[in-house]
Design a binder for this molecule. Structure first.
Ligand SMILES: Cc1cc2nc3c(=O)[nH]c(=O)nc-3n(C[C@H](O)[C@H](O)[C@H](O)COP(=O)(O)O)c2cc1C
Length: 309
């Protein structure tokens, strides 16, 4: 008999958020999912998180917006996206036909913008949950500023919670002094689950031009370089809150995913790894299945938090 990899990420929500397996894609690294359908069977994934949506379309930050560093990448995309109206009109009808649930990542510059995004997406067929990005390091207003402070994080969460019947995942920034305090604040404000981490504020300098490599000077570091730091944060947050935690940060193999799960994550997100290997998320899932079979693990639940006991 094959192992049970299913996981419920919103046990407290009327609709719930049941995933067939714990492997998701990370926002901003997998487009709207539609782009990858030609490359592999994306319906096998646990969930797809789409690129961050804002109320109005955004062109993003000035170029260059991506620079490779040792074991990682620094990006300053700045939430380039088609805007929530186009997303509802063009993307959601496609998602509604999929087996894999799609989670819409949302970003605002004010609490009111987050609330309006939640209202707009409530009840839209094809949208299974919201991931509230209070952690973008690449925008001038909002973004990580909300996620760095427990009080602000709590206000955004409460506003989205009261505006939507969808499961609400809140995505945390690592760029804060006390991530467990922020996690507790958003859980208390009604988050069904917490995802972490977004990228770390970072920069690179081109020594030939003597200028910052990115058009917006700083950006966010992601990829294998951040994995051990993200893992420690997931371990800390999973010990601090009662809601499910979704681990993210440098995951590119089943071994990486297992570390996050054993640290206490109920699910994982694969991000920058998809740039190097578009089917990285499926490879992670298949590796997880192989591990469970080899180790005779019948249910994912046996592994969640195993390193904490
Ligand atoms: C190019 C790029 C764009 C991103 N866009 C978003 C976004 O729109 N919303 C968001 O919450 N996170 C965004 N992220 C952050 C990722 O979802 C993820 O949290 C981060 O990259 C860490 O995971 P990784 O090391 O596996 O890439 C983006 C990351 C990259 C590299």
């Amino acid at each position: 008999m094959s192992a049970d990899l299913s996981v419920q990420l919103a046990p407290g929500n009327r609709r719930g958020l049941r995933l067939a397996n714990p492997v998701m894609t990370a926002s901003g690294t997998f487009g709207y999912g539609t782009e990858y359908g030609q490359l592999f069977d994306i319906q096998k994934l646990g969930a797809i998180v789409c690129k961050g949506a804002t109320l109005e379309p955004r062109e993003g930050n000035p170029q260059p917006r991506l620079v490779e560093t040792a074991c990682g990448v620094v990006n300053s995309i700045g939430l380039q996206n088609i805007g929530v109206r186009a997303l509802i009109k063009e993307k959601a009808p496609v998602w509604a036909k999929w087996r894999v649930p799609v989670i819409v990542n949302i970003a605002g510059e004010t609490v009111e913008e987050y609330r309006r995004l939640a209202v707009a997406l409530d009840g839209v067929k094809g949208v299974s949950a919201l991931e509230v990005n209070i952690s973008c390091p690449n925008v001038k207003a909002g973004g990580a500023a909300f996620g760095a402070d427990p009080q602000c994080a709590s206000e955004v969460t409460a506003a989205v919670r009261s505006a939507s019947s969808l499961p609400v995942i809140v995505k945390l920034t690592p760029n804060t002094g006390d991530i467990a305090a922020v996690a507790k604040a958003v859980a208390d404000a009604g988050a069904d689950a917490i995802s972490l981490v977004n990228s770390f504020k970072a920069m690179a300098i081109d020594v030939k031009t003597r200028r910052p490599s990115l058009g917006s000077i700083t950006g966010g570091l992601s990829g294998p370089a951040i994995k051990p730091v993200a893992l420690a944060m997931v371990y800390e947050v999973a010990g601090a809150v009662g809601v499910p935690v979704i681990g993210c940060g440098g995951i590119s193999s089943a071994g990486d995913a297992l570390e996050f799960i054993m640290a206490g994550a109920s699910a994982v997100q694969v991000g920058s790894a998809s740039f190097l290997n578009p089917r990285a998320s499926l490879d992670v899932l298949e590796g997880l299945e192989e591990f469970m079979q080899a180790e005779k693990v019948k249910s994912l639940k046996e592994l969640i938090g195993a390193a904490r006991e």
